[in-house]
Design a protein around this ligand. Structure first.
Ligand code: COI
Length: 354
């Protein structure tokens, strides 16, 4: 499919102070849009000025949440602008699409289109340490119809946002609240899909946690509320007695690309044994009592690798590693970001230069 390019007439001013970027508030001059109609398929691909959509108030996405998204980043490196495992994002987008009855996209076309968009917007990739251009591919159902059914019309779009750290605290460890009332997903549900509903379901617990001074919620499994699953915006890892534990991919958590990268780095670069196993929250707190809980960190595209300094579960509050970033967490962070920013050799072939 050919992509029509309609350049913006007035370009916005790029952010002057990159230390104030924050996350996801600024958008670049252009976006990609592709339309879908049953019987025609994906068509009408355009790179055009970033602007509001005009949609019917009855559009299916507003009522029944038929929407999926992805998150990846473009990094400014000494050898040009690089993407990190972008093919895995489009592959995962199709996994989400299948779960939500959304027509799949052509992964190769999507990646080529993204590269074309990035070449136009490359001046928007920020320069400072720790910054990047966050990429948000999204699909929404647009049919104006109030019956519950899968849409016949969709828009696939990609928008770009120059970003700094996801958490205002940067690399300072975050405190998390272990949620034992609400659940995020159950086996057979859509916890593995990257779809707005999963995030909407998490908001109430997040609000309550914030009021108590915690920045994130750690979800337990939806059946027994016993095993650790994920933190809404991140997968989570626990280093216990030299081994790294993280929840297995059983359909309830997101198959994070950063999660997968960290597992490979831990095993293959740092020689750490990684166990993708169910881990009971009670056992984690018990290990802390016994001195075995060494480090906790979250992983995600937006959050990168984010150390966890404290956790609250029921009436128990623990400090992890004295509230400081652990050594393995630091090594993994340095290695991963080293590959992403082109400071380290890309031993796994994870990056592509646009
Ligand atoms: C990401 O890490 O890219 C995410 O999608 C998390 C989030 C900001 C929802």
């Amino acid at each position: 499919m050919q992509i029509k390019v309609k350049p913006a007439e007035n370009l916005k001013q790029k952010p002057q102070d990159e230390s104030k970027l924050g996350f996801g508030r600024l958008f670049t001059d252009h976006m990609l849009t592709v339309q879908y109609k049953a019987g025609i398929g994906w068509h009408n691909a355009e790179i055009r000025p970033y602007e509001n959509f005009s949609l019917s108030p009855a559009a299916l996405v507003f009522h029944y949440s038929q929407t999926i998204f992805e998150g990846l980043k473009a990094y400014r490196t000494p050898d040009g602008i690089k993407l990190f495992r972008p093919w895995d994002n489009f592959k995962r987008m199709n996994v989400s699409a299948r779960r939500l009855c959304i027509p799949e996209i052509d992964e190769k076309f999507a990646l080529d289109a993204l590269v074309q968009l990035l070449r136009i917007e490359q001046d928007w990739v920020p320069h400072s340490e720790g910054t990047s251009l966050y990429i948000r591919p999204t699909i929404i159902a647009t049919d104006p119809y109030l019956g519950v059914k899968a849409g016949e019309e969709y828009i696939f779009y990609i928008i770009l946002s120059p970003v700094g750290a996801y958490y205002a605290s940067g690399l300072e460890p975050v405190d998390i609240y272990v949620e034992d009332e609400y659940v995020r997903s159950v086996v057979g549900g859509m916890g593995f899909a990257k779809t707005g509903g999963n995030y909407a379901a998490s908001l109430i617990a997040g609000e309550l946690a914030h009021k108590m001074g915690y920045s994130q919620v750690l979800w337990l499994d939806g059946k027994e509320r016993k095993y650790v699953e994920e933190v809404g915006s991140m997968n989570i890892f626990f280093k216990i007695r030299g081994e790294l534990f993280t929840a297995p991919l059983e359909g309830t958590i997101l198959a994070g690309i950063t999660r997968d990268s960290v597992i490979r780095l831990a095993k293959e670069v740092f020689g750490v044994n990684v166990r993708e196993e169910r881990l009971a929250i009670a056992d984690i707190f018990e290990e802390h009592e016994k001195g075995g809980l060494e480090e906790v960190f979250g992983t995600g595209t937006a959050a990168v690798i984010s150390p966890v300094g404290g956790m609250k579960w029921e009436d128990k509050v623990i400090r992890i590693n004295g509230g400081k970033m652990g050594e393995l967490t630091r090594q993994l962070y340095d290695k991963l970001t080293g590959i992403q920013y082109g400071r380290e050799e890309d031993i796994f072939g994870w990056t592509m230069t646009i």
